[in-house]
Design a protein around this ligand. Structure first.
Ligand code: EPU
Length: 337
């Protein structure tokens, strides 16, 4: 476990931004993590998982601890369900594929989401009608301050749309080291409620989809809309879809009757930010090496050498334009560092 000085983080963030860590160390076990935290008590620390949900706008003047804990196993099962535990540093998509290989159901709609398992509860990742909270049982986390292990069950996590306790009350206090999911062994709940999935299955003449069929369909949809971070730097959706009170939405809708929306409760609607950004003319636009993806306006991209600040400026330009046009504030989903 070597601590390296002046370490480039370009390969450790999916935006591919060049930024330097004052110090960097990768930890491979909870024991190593505990030692590093204990030995560097006075140091400022920055915890790095898969680097798939952050925009680095400056160098990091801290000890960057990269969580590289590996391992996954079945910890319990009965006739219908299986409880699987994954260490935080496992790649999310590889973990999902491992569950599908064994015909364990529940994660297939979230195939190909970039990042590592340990960060999935932080923003309650989700796609195509499924969120982590639907299969999440618990996670273990270590306190940065005194290296105590705490077990968070689902009720402790306050999951919401791209929200959890780890983004709020518990922010910067814990490092998630492992996560447990409860998956189905039989009677899988195949979820094709999201229109894109049904269309993709129909295209391939699949009427009775297996878990793998769903995963394959999701991978195809994502590949057609979302850029591969290895080819074009990005962090998935840069913004959250705004949630509006129905009463406010109805006033805006009078001016923009074609505005897309989804009911999420009796009093609230969600508006697709991608639609707003597209209407504002940003889709596919490029400002130097920073840009807006041509197939999905929610995704900001780095064409090569954009700085974090340049991407941030584009995001602010989008937010201000959307606010002026529609009176709607769109909030970043990505953590801006
Ligand atoms: N839309 C546009 N223009 C665009 C993008 C979207 O008009 O450029 C419209 C679409 O026509 C559609 C609606 O917006 O009517 C929704 O689009 P889509 O199905 O692509 O989903 P999204 O709301 O844009 C969300 C998640 C994605 C997730 C997809 C599928 C958020 C912030 N984003 O995007 O998550 O993959 O649904 O479930 O909730 C991520 O978080 O990184 C991510 C990619």
């Amino acid at each position: 476990m070597d601590i390296v000085s002046d370490f480039s983080l370009k390969k450790y963030n999916t935006f591919g931004i060049e930024a330097t860590a004052k110090q960097f160390v990768a930890v491979h076990s909870t024991k190593e993590l505990k030692t590093i935290l204990l030995e560097n008590k006075a140091q400022k620390k920055f915890i790095l998982g898969g680097g798939s949900n952050m925009l680095l706008t400056k160098d990091i003047d801290a000890l960057v601890i990269h969580i590289d804990l590996k391992g996954k196993k079945i910890i319990d099962e009965n006739d219908d369900f299986v409880w699987v535990e994954s260490q935080a540093g496992e790649n999310w998509h590889e973990f999902v594929l491992w569950t599908i290989d064994q015909n364990f159901g529940g994660l297939e709609n979230m195939s190909l989401i970039p990042g590592n398992v340990g960060t999935t509860p932080v923003q309650n990742i989700g796609a195509y009608g499924t969120e982590i909270k639907d299969t999440f049982v618990s996670c273990e986390a270590m306190t940065i301050e005194n290296q105590q292990i705490k077990n968070f069950i689902k009720e402790d996590c306050n999951f919401g749309y791209r929200e959890s306790v780890f983004k709020n009350e518990a922010k910067d206090q814990y490092i998630i080291t492992s996560v447990v999911f409860k998956l189905t062994k039989t009677n899988h709940k195949i979820n094709t409620s999201y229109g894109d999935i049904l269309a993709e299955l129909e295209k391939n003449n699949i009427s009775n989809p297996t878990l793998r069929d769903i995963s394959t369909a999701v991978v195809a949809i994502r590949k057609s809309k979302l850029p591969d971070p290895k080819v074009l730097g990005n962090s998935g959706s840069f913004f959250k879809n705004p949630i509006l009170l129905k009463t406010d939405f109805e006033k805006i809708q009078q001016k923009f009757p074609e505005m897309k929306y989804f009911d999420i409760s009796k009093t609230e609607v969600k508006v697709p930010a991608g639609w707003l950004i597209e209407q504002a003319g940003f889709k596919g636009k490029r400002f130097g090496d920073a840009g807006i993806h041509k197939n999905q306006a929610l995704v900001l991209v780095n064409y090569g050498n954009a700085t974090g600040q340049e991407i941030l400026n584009v995001s602010k330009n989008i937010q201000e334009t959307i606010y002026k046009m529609f009176g709607i504030h769109i909030e970043a989903e990505v953590n801006v560092i």
